[in-house]
Ligand binder design. Structure first.
Ligand SMILES: [Zn+2]
Length: 293
């Protein structure tokens, strides 16, 4: 249950492919690790963390034989050439027990869907991670007052999905840096938190050069996904629920979008799937054993 996979779905546009890379610090994807494995992992993780190693794509392992998830290309060690970037606000802590699942919700160009997701989190206490784009600030700003205490409590986490959702593989380094830093500044001002070190490239489009630029500004952990509602474009409720049933399994990072209202009528059914399967929704910090301070 160790390893990495690429995304199986594109984020916002048909036809692209997410890429995975081998993480330098591999994290457990679910239950069943021996105590020794966990201790070994923590030791390696802590050493990597303290030494400021550059880290590769962070993603969860699918269950063996899981449907529709192709292994991504591994990365070699050349990416380590960038200077170490200290990440002072996170520390390695034990991974969550049980059957963790990381729900990640990106974008946010529909204010009512953003509001619906935030209300879902507030009402149910579900742990999740948002990847908002600052370009949709008008949709997120009205929710900041509700979100801040949830973030403070560690129920909700914010990762960096860039400010204006460009293909980072097609723009110069300076603009990549600006996309990440501008979004981080907006996140800090709006939600009073930092998104570092987690970031998700729009459309899942990244490579070693993009990762190096991100790393230089403190975004050392690109986060892909290992399951998706497939709702970056408009889908039917039946399709979205089928995706949810398929991918809401232990150890996955599941991608959804706050873009189209289809999901708004499905929160109770999604909650039922999670509950019936005994899954424990967690933030990325909880999933990977990091924390804010
Ligand atoms: Zn996106």
């Amino acid at each position: 249950m160790w390893g990495t996979v690429g995304g199986d779905d594109v984020d916002g546009s048909a036809g692209g492919t997410g890429q995975g890379g081998a993480p330098r610090v591999r994290m457990p994807s679910g239950a069943g690790l021996s105590r020794r494995s966990v201790v070994t992992m923590l030791g390696v993780g802590l050493a990597a963390w303290l030494s400021g190693w550059a880290e590769g794509t962070v993603s969860a392992s699918p269950r063996p034989g899981g449907p529709g998830i192709a292994a991504g290309p591994g990365r070699d060690g050349s990416a380590i050439a960038a200077p170490p970037t200290p990440v002072a606000r996170t520390q390695v802590v034990p991974p969550p027990p049980g059957k963790p699942i990381a729900l990640t919700i990106d974008d946010g160009y529909a204010p009512q869907v953003v509001a619906g997701y935030v209300e879902f989190a507030r009402r149910t206490g579900v742990h999740l991670t948002f990847g908002p784009n600052g370009t949709y600030a008008s949709a997120w700003a009205p929710q900041a007052g509700v979100l801040r205490p949830l973030i403070d409590a560690g129920q909700v986490q914010i990762m960096n999905h860039t400010f204006s959702h460009r293909w980072l593989t097609q723009i110069p380094a300076g603009r990549i840096r600006e996309e990440l830093e501008r979004n981080e500044q907006w996140i800090a001002a709006t939600f009073a938190t930092t998104s570092r070190p987690y970031w998700r490239p729009p459309f899942g489009a990244h490579n070693a050069a993009v990762d190096a630029v991100a790393r230089d500004v403190g975004f050392t952990r690109p986060v892909m996904w290992t399951g998706s509602y497939g709702d970056s474009t408009v889908v039917t409720p039946q399709f979205l629920l089928d995706q949810a049933r398929r991918y809401l399994t232990a150890g996955r990072i599941v991608l959804g979008h706050a873009n189209h209202p289809t999901v708004l009528g499905l929160f109770d059914q999604i909650s039922s799937i999670i509950r019936d399967r005994g899954l424990q929704p967690v933030t990325l910090d909880e999933f990977f054993g990091t924390r804010r301070r």
